[in-house]
Write a protein that binds this ligand. Structure first.
Ligand code: PLP
Length: 489
């Protein structure tokens, strides 16, 4: 088996017969990882289930169940009379049936969670609410199983004093996730679990900044960040974002002594621009030269539809000047109130001492559940599945705008995220502001956010921020028709 690259990779499979997970679950997780890491090349043939079973000293039933599962997830392909092959393209779409997931395979054994109907979507949720993910396809059953397994007989460590940085297995799971998805080589000890971005900014401020320090923020940007900076007795300095994103040189013309910059380099919020490498390097160079910090808000990075994402900025700097802030609000949902910060190792003592003044706010109830959700693979499955779905929904909304509202709105495809910005055409701008457009839309039952509301100062451009993730293609098209009718009146 070891003569080929595939054979060599398969030799690395190692099953722990005394482990907490079943042999089937271990084999599933390891094979999936080998495929994802391309240790088994796309398109290559797997040995027969009989050979694999013999090599691994497990039953053929176990191997066949795992292979069936990976076929249903789109990692493997069974070809009649030929054998089983690794898919040429890694799966972005996973089966709609919840019964097809890894978790439910284990669940099938215990049988404790009956299939349930999808939850009702809140009636108040209307296109194009940008904060809405697809709520009906969240793997609630798997989540409930992880919750039950965690809290039915809680681990003693959970009931004693937990590290103030957060539940260690969750920090491990996040470190693994960041290595795989964001090319960020960090360790669990660098990760602090937050209740969201506001707590992240407070802790960073307490650990690294002094009252009255200027902090560069993006203009347009997420207003909450300016407020959070202000609440920590720092001075936010909104600085223009151009076609390429945030420009440190322009920003320093207004605030040459700034001590930090909060940026969204992987996908600017809300414009969606990816900050090019040259600008990233300039930012880091500034931070290193001025003892300042880049706070990398990587809020909107997971759902990338095209191309490979640039790795996180933090991975570019070995000078300990980039602090990474992440959130589960989009990938799971905002009500979860869990996020995290990755601190450079050299900052950890300062952070621990700042924590003694501020205290961690994230509830411990959900942290172990999320850790299991991530470690089991359910989280990655969910992201891939939603990514494919959201790509289709974006295509649907673009098509609908071109068909029904081309005289009103100008849109381009976005390579990532859950929303797009439709710019007002000159004709629409002459007739009304984006704020008025949003008000009219609201009376027609459609939610859009005026781009101008993302500016702290006078808005530079006019447009509508439109979320597409949480709505079916039909609802999106109908929403565009209603919007267009409201804007034409
Ligand atoms: C730019 C940006 N960063 C971060 C967040 C996430 O914040 P939180 O983790 O507090 O939900 C958001 C939410 O909309 C955002 O727009």
């Amino acid at each position: 088996m070891a003569k080929t690259r595939t054979g060599a990779a398969l030799l690395s499979l190692s099953l722990d017969r005394d482990g907490a997970d079943t042999l089937q679950a271990q084999l599933l997780a390891q094979l999936r990882r080998l495929i994802l890491d391309r240790m088994i090349s796309p398109g290559s043939k797997l040995p027969s289930s009989r050979t694999l079973a013999e090599e691994l000293s497990v039953s053929r039933v176990t191997v066949s169940a795992v292979i069936d599962q990976l076929i249903s997830e789109g990692y493997l392909e069974g070809r009649a009379r030929s054998g089983v092959y690794v898919e040429a393209e890694l799966p972005d779409q996973l089966p709609e049936a919840q019964s097809g997931t890894a978790a439910s395979m284990e669940q099938g054994r215990s049988g404790t969670f009956p299939e349930e109907a999808s939850p009702a979507v809140p009636a108040t949720l209307r296109p194009f609410d940008a904060s809405a993910p697809e709520l009906t396809l969240f793997p609630y059953r798997q989540w409930a199983r992880h919750h039950d397994q965690t809290w039915r007989r809680p681990d003693a460590a959970l009931l004693s004093r937990v590290d103030s940085f957060g539940w260690p297995p969750l920090r491990e799971a996040i470190a693994d996730h960041l290595r795989e998805w964001r090319g960020l080589p960090c360790t669990a000890e660098q990760i602090f679990i937050t209740s969201g971005v506001v707590e992240a900014i407070s802790l960073i401020a307490a650990a690294t900044l002094n009252e009255g320090d200027e902090v560069l923020t993006e203009e347009p940007g997420y207003a909450v960040l300016n407020r959070a900076v202000h609440q920590n007795r720092l001075i936010p300095v909104p600085s223009p974002v151009d076609q390429q994103g945030f420009d440190i040189k322009t920003a320093l013309q207004t605030a040459p002594r700034a001590k930090a910059a909060i940026v969204t380099p992987s996908r600017h919020y809300p414009l969606g621009v990816t900050l090019p490498l040259s600008r990233r390097l300039e930012l880091i160079e500034w931070a290193v030269g001025c003892n300042a910090y880049v706070i990398e808000d990587d809020f909107d990075s997971e759902y990338r539809f095209q191309g490979k994402p640039l790795p996180a900025m933090m991975s570019l700097s070995n000078q300990d000047r980039v602090i990474y802030v992440g959130s589960f609000s989009k990938v799971i949902f905002s009500a979860m109130r869990l996020g995290f910060v990755v601190f450079p190792k050299s900052m950890l003592p300062k952070v621990r001492s700042a924590l003694s003044q501020t205290d961690q706010q994230a509830s411990l109830m959900l942290q172990p559940v999320l850790a299991r959700f991530m470690q089991s693979g359910d989280f990655a499955i969910h992201i891939r599945r939603m990514r494919r779905l959201y790509a289709k929904r974006q295509a649907a909304v673009l098509k609908a705008i071109k068909l029904h509202a081309a005289d009103l709105l100008i849109v381009d495809p976005v390579p990532a995220g859950m929303h797009l910005v439709a710019m007002s055409t000159p004709d629409l701008q002459n007739r009304m502001s984006d704020t008025e457009a949003a008000e009219r839309a609201k009376s027609a039952g459609v939610i859009v956010q005026p781009l101008s509301s993302f500016f702290a100062g006078p808005p530079v451009n006019q447009g509508l921020v439109m979320g597409f993730a949480g709505f079916s293609e039909e609802r999106l098209e109908k929403g565009v028709q209603d919007l267009a009718a409201a804007l034409r009146v």
